[in-house]
Design a binder for this molecule. Sequence first.
Ligand SMILES: CSCCC(=O)C(=O)COP(=O)(O)O
Ligand SMILES: [Zn+2]
Length: 204
Amino acid sequence: MAENMQLAELVGACRWIGARVWSPATGGNMSQRRGARSCYITESGLDKGHLDADDFLTVDIHTGSAQPGRRPSAETGLHTFLYRRFPDVGCVLHTHSVSATVLSLAEQGSALRLSGYEMQKSLTGQTDHREEVTIAVFDNSQDIPALVQRIARHDAITPLRYGFLTRGHGLTCWGRDVREARRHLEGLEFLFECEWRRRLLEAR
Ligand SMILES: CSCCC(=O)C(=O)COP(=O)(O)O
Ligand SMILES: [Zn+2]
């Protein structure tokens, strides 16, 4: 299959993310698994809401190497970690929404605990609003290899599920394919928005 055709779903997801203002300016990065060893990922520094298939490059998920002359996302290491860690993950979406940014700063603990929302069921495997969905929150860092190490250490004790937040930065979430990653992103964004509004009301 031509690369452009394989990427059409991911390009569509990037435009949908851009239209919702979840990746303002040049924020965010998006990727899709490409076979056992590599993934497609967005080139660094572009407006992710206005991409076409040529704006993605191929990166080896084990070595991080990309095509010469191209600059993969500065946060490629987070994507490649997830593809190595979860063999069934087929798509990773990283966004900078207002809700994810504000809530990750307001939450001073190491996890956001969501409970009581029917929309928790937008996340694969969640069947009851009374259960708790836990989204890990990591302090932000410009040192991506160090951030990946911290995330990997946390995951070894408390396995990650659906996504994680980086404080004051944004959400990284995933799914088996683009469709599931989109559903998780939309579900989590809805939950984040409800949660910060609830906290705001309760603080009054
Ligand atoms: C204003 S965007 C700051 C960098 C960032 O957090 C991001 O998601 C985009 O980085 P990339 O290298 O993937 O363009
Ligand atoms: Zn980012």
